[in-house]
Design a protein around this ligand. Structure first.
Ligand SMILES: Cc1cc2nc3c(=O)[nH]c(=O)nc-3n(C[C@H](O)[C@H](O)[C@H](O)COP(=O)(O)OP(=O)(O)OC[C@H]3O[C@@H](n4cnc5c(N)ncnc54)[C@H](O)[C@@H]3O)c2cc1C
Length: 454
């Protein structure tokens, strides 16, 4: 096991090289986004107003309607900064509302396009091929979460099946990219789809998990079959805590079935912000050592996208929050889990999903010092948030995969709001990086308050 001081030295070198390889030329439109995000980050009331607005955009009937909603939400901001006062004054006349509605609609659509690759998988193929040629693999995510009817769930499952066909057919003609297609266990599928269990069933409820699991399994089995036939990888996302146990059990039960032991390549997500994530990893590793499969289970380690939701939910019920409440504790746990996952290979394949240069450099350094091959570690980023990091990782010849949401604006709103929340949080790594915090500070070890089991 590599010693901590050596890991720190190596990760600093890795981090320095990655930082130097990040493109500095910026798309001028992105600067606009960043300004809007800075504005939102500076004022909690304004942030809430803007997010409520983003949420209602798809439901607005026309530009006037859009402008009325925007000024309505903004009027709740106590001490509005100058650009917001200007927007409010525009809301006083019909012509002003039209102009404001137009600007707001363009702004939201533009922001959404930063995170969403296309309206459907076919429309996304051009971008996916360009990424692949640049040394970046993708996992496609069909937007549309938390279905409420059986027909919606079936529509989502049908869209997933079509996406598997479309991706596999297109990817077959892409040029060879060795670092994206092979690790020391074997071949890695070119096409990769991420799915959400809450979209596959309307019955996923914490008080009756078995019904939800059965219903989701009926739609997940055909998808696993289809992925196997097409030689594609199927990845199951993790959502909020109230569905965590059901999703974990569902995945392990299905992938343990005789039929699916031979394939497809499949994976799941471990959320490092959860206090009990080390125990979840125990369960996964115990299962992996017992259930022999042709393709080892891929574990995507993330911090977790539902942090605010988990805190609010716990407070409403008077429960202790299931998530860490100190950011450094999440970061330290993430590193602890990274090490355990890397040490557990070849029982599992490891994908470290983060935009935090320290978290990513730590994984690369620990892997190298432990004698692991670079090809046995995958790094993952979200489209629109991790673009410069993804370019830097690919330039080092490492395997990187971008998570690419596909869908229309209506379906994309929940996703967009989550990404905006992440991007405008004062504790987010990307926010600190954008503020110009020095590299030594960005790469410093997290000073967690919780001891981790080794
Ligand atoms: C490819 C990919 C796939 C993903 N799939 C999933 C998925 O299936 N399910 C899912 O939940 N998420 C998923 N995520 C989202 C991921 O959880 C977020 O991107 C991630 O939380 C941001 O972490 P970071 O390391 O990039 O940034 P950092 O800025 O280092 O970390 C931010 C994260 O730290 C945590 N945090 C923030 N404040 C605090 C605090 N005060 N105390 C404790 N913890 C705090 C939160 O988790 C927050 O998101 C995915 C991400 C990627 C890149």
């Amino acid at each position: 096991m590599p010693d901590d001081a050596a890991v720190e030295r190596e990760l600093f070198e890795v981090g320095r090289r990655l930082a130097a390889a990040m493109p500095t030329t910026r798309n001028p439109l992105k600067v606009f986004d960043d300004k809007a995000m800075d504005l939102a980050s500076s004022d909690a009331e304004l942030k809430a107003a803007l997010f409520r607005f983003v949420d209602v955009v798809p439901a607005c009937r026309n530009l006037d309607d859009l402008a009325r909603h925007l000024t309505g939400f903004l009027s709740e901001v106590g001490d509005p900064p100058p650009p917001i006062s200007v927007a409010m004054r525009m809301g006083d006349s019909k012509a002003g509302r039209r102009a404001l509605g137009m600007a707001a609609s363009q702004g939201v659509k533009h922001m959404a396009r930063r995170f969403i690759v296309g309206e459907d998988p076919k429309a996304a193929l051009g971008d996916l091929k360009d990424l692949w040629k640049d040394g970046v693999a993708a996992s496609v995510d069909l937007l549309g979460e938390a279905t409420v009817t059986q027909s919606e769930a079936q529509r989502y499952a049908d869209r997933c099946a079509d996406a598997l066909d479309t991706l596999a057919a297109a990817a077959a003609s892409w040029p060879g990219r060795r670092q994206l297609e092979r690790d020391s266990v074997g071949v890695l599928p070119r096409s990769n789809l991420s799915v959400k269990v809450s979209a596959l069933t309307p019955l996923l409820r914490p008080d009756a998990p078995e019904r939800g699991k059965r219903d989701a399994a009926d739609r997940l089995r055909p998808l696993l079959r289809r992925a196997h036939e097409r030689g594609a990888h199927l990845h199951i996302d993790m959502e909020s805590m109230d569905s965590r146990d059901a999703i974990l059990e569902l995945i392990l039960e299905l992938l343990g079935e005789e039929e699916f032991r031979r394939g497809p390549s499949a994976g799941m997500v471990l959320q490092g912000y959860l206090r009990d994530s080390p125990q979840t990893l125990d369960t996964i590793l115990e299962w992996s050592s017992r259930v022999e499969r042709t393709h080892p289970l891929t574990i995507r380690l993330v911090k977790g996208a539902y942090w605010d939701h988990e805190l609010v939910e716990a407070a409403q019920h008077g429960w202790t929050a299931p998530v860490f409440e100190v950011k450094a504790d999440t970061d330290a746990n993430f590193e602890h889990l990274t090490r355990r996952l890397l040490d557990a290979r070849p029982l599992v394949r490891v994908a470290i999903a983060s935009h935090n240069l320290r978290s990513v450099s730590h994984a690369i350094a620990y892997n190298r010092l432990g004698g692991g091959a670079d090809s046995d570690l995958e790094l993952q980023v979200l489209r629109g948030l991790g673009d410069p990091l993804q370019t830097a990782i690919a330039a080092q010849g490492l395997r990187v995969r971008a998570y690419c949401p596909v869908g229309d604006l209506v379906a994309g709103m929940a996703y967009l709001v989550r990404r905006l929340l992440e991007n405008t949080s004062n504790e987010s790594f990307l926010y600190e990086q954008a503020r110009g915090v020095p590299l030594e500070v960005l790469l410093a070890p997290p000073q967690g308050t919780v001891a981790h089991r080794t």
